[in-house]
Ligand binder design. Structure first.
Ligand SMILES: Cc1ncc(COP(=O)(O)O)c(C=O)c1O
Length: 255
């Protein structure tokens, strides 16, 4: 194989043999759907899913019930924007289109946080908003933001502000502890930490306080007449078949 030097990990990270092998092993030897079968293979897939959810939760200081598998950061941001539609949302010029455009579509009003001379979010000039979007590391500048301080500054302006962290770039460079940050939502994409495309993580601090925005199989506990009784979180947010092959290698990428 030709040796290449690949410097585009911010766009997407190359895959290790361990990740490639985990995918192949799942497809060749372990494949079944999750949450729908009682045969041994299906139960093994359910166990793989829940083990991976725990690995992801430990990785960012969350508990497993707060971890929702998505298709990536863009998918997660669209979900969050729909959950929080109709509010005043603060964004910044650090935000990727994935973080900004869904809110621009669905917010009542958009406010733009000024940046200081270092091109960091200006802690002295955070706007009053219902929701604040914080890009923990911009894909353009690569500078880590002090998320904890930004959240504190936003809460000084509005103690009930809902904070949304885009960790797509930050996650591969720095440890994340969502409980230390105190953010309400956080998301990232698997492909930027060496897992596959098509899988991502959405952390929701209080999943019982929010309703799902996608509907389909796997989220329903019972339907009685016109009443839809949903499964508990995280299942209620995970309508449809999950990207199981990608998830099978996500824990490996994290490890
Ligand atoms: C900071 C940031 N946010 C969001 C995204 C979107 O991620 P994805 O395309 O995996 O959904 C990217 C991707 O480049 C990014 O760098």
């Amino acid at each position: 194989m030709n040796k290449i030097i690949y410097l585009d990990a911010a766009a997407s990270y190359q895959k290790s043999n361990a990740v490639i092998d985990a995918r192949v092993d799942f497809l060749r030897n372990k494949y079944a759907n999750s949450g729908r079968g009682i045969c041994a293979r299906a139960v093994d897939v359910d166990n793989m899913l829940e083990n991976t959810r725990r690995v992801v939760a430990d990785f960012i200081g969350a508990n497993a019930q707060q971890i929702v598998f998505t298709a990536g950061t863009t998918d997660a941001m669209n979900m969050i924007a729909r959950m929080l539609a109709g509010r005043v949302v603060a964004v910044s010029d650090l935000d990727h289109h994935s973080a900004r455009l869904p809110f621009e579509q669905l917010a009542r009003e958009i406010k733009v946080c000024p940046l200081n001379q270092n091109l960091d979010i200006d802690l002295n000039d955070v706007p009053v908003a219902d929701v604040m979007v914080i890009t923990a590391m911009s894909n353009v500048l690569g500078r880590a933001q002090d998320v904890k301080k930004i959240i504190a500054a936003a809460r000084e302006k509005n103690p009930n502000v809902i904070t949304v962290v885009d960790a797509a770039q930050y996650v591969v460079h720095n440890d994340i502890d969502v409980s230390a940050w105190g953010c309400d939502f956080l998301c990232w994409s698997g492909h930027k930490i060496g897992a596959d495309t098509g899988v991502g993580v959405l952390y929701i601090k209080n999943p019982d306080d929010f309703a799902p925005v996608k509907f389909g199989g796997g989220m329903v506990n019972k339907i009685i007449g016109n009443d839809l009784i949903l499964n508990n979180a995280p299942d209620k947010f995970e309508a449809g078949t999950l990207p199981l092959t990608q998830i099978s290698a996500l824990g490996v990428a994290i490890e």
